[in-house]
Design a protein around this ligand. Structure first.
Ligand code: URA
Length: 227
């Protein structure tokens, strides 16, 4: 009995819809396609994660923010850059590091590491803008940290690069002077396979251009760490 006859016979005895799995459909996907699938999968999980806290009211920052600013970039990046908290432009646009410090950071990542902004992943320890761009309090950092922790758990980068001491405090859990710990490698307390690297916040370099050489030195080291 041929395929068509078989289908007709099955329909006669009451089968409504019959699907045939062709050889092509059964074939295992190529590895490159599998990678794309993983990307989309991670992206979807991140999106669901963001949606779960878009209306967060756990700390007082929700009263003055325009919106929660989620992380952004390539979820398969080997490096996650972590800043302090959104500023005015980030709060308005809903994306991290889109202001002057962000443009400077993008330029340096490209010049020194050869990576475009869209190749890497960028986020903050606090997802809401503090009023007058003040530093987030230890309490605000603590209450926001589970969101960053989950982001990192989904992305699983090789290295978390903390930009400035507030980011370092959020990720490592203790306050260390950035001038002492910059360029150093730590272990991420929640996953020993992930390294934590600390450097200056780009806004600090814009205010103190003499420190740019050290910042560049750190980014070169970061490039080697993710190679
Ligand atoms: N500074 C930060 O720490 N984060 C931003 O998103 C923008 C500026």
């Amino acid at each position: 009995m041929g395929v068509e006859e078989t289908i007709r016979a099955l329909e006669d005895i009451g089968f409504g819809e019959i699907y045939l799995l062709t050889k092509k459909a059964r074939k295992k996907p190529q590895s490159s396609k599998e990678t794309v699938k993983v990307d989309q999968y991670k992206g979807k999980i991140l999106q669901d994660h963001f949606m779960s806290f878009k209306d967060c009211t756990k700390c007082p920052l929700h009263r003055s923010r325009s919106q929660v600013v989620f992380g952004d970039g390539n979820p398969d990046s080997p490096v996650v850059f972590v800043g302090e908290a959104p500023g005015e432009e980030e709060d308005a646009q809903g994306r991290p590091f889109v202001g002057r410090a962000g443009r400077y950071l993008n330029r340096k990542i490209l010049e020194v590491m050869g990576m475009r902004r869209e190749d890497v992943y960028i986020t903050n320890v606090c997802k809401c803008r503090p009023p007058e761009n003040r530093k987030p309090t230890a309490q605000e950092i603590r209450s926001c940290f589970p969101y960053l922790r989950k982001e990192i758990e989904i992305i699983k980068p090789k290295v978390i690069c903390c930009l400035g001491s507030t980011a370092g405090e959020g990720v490592i859990g203790k306050n260390m002077p950035i001038t002492k710990v910059r360029g150093k490698v730590f272990t991420y307390p929640y996953d020993p396979k992930i390294k934590v690297f600390l450097t200056y916040h780009p806004a600090y370099i814009l205010r103190n251009p003499r420190a740019e050489g050290e910042f560049v030195e750190d980014l070169k080291k970061l490039k080697d760490l993710i190679a």
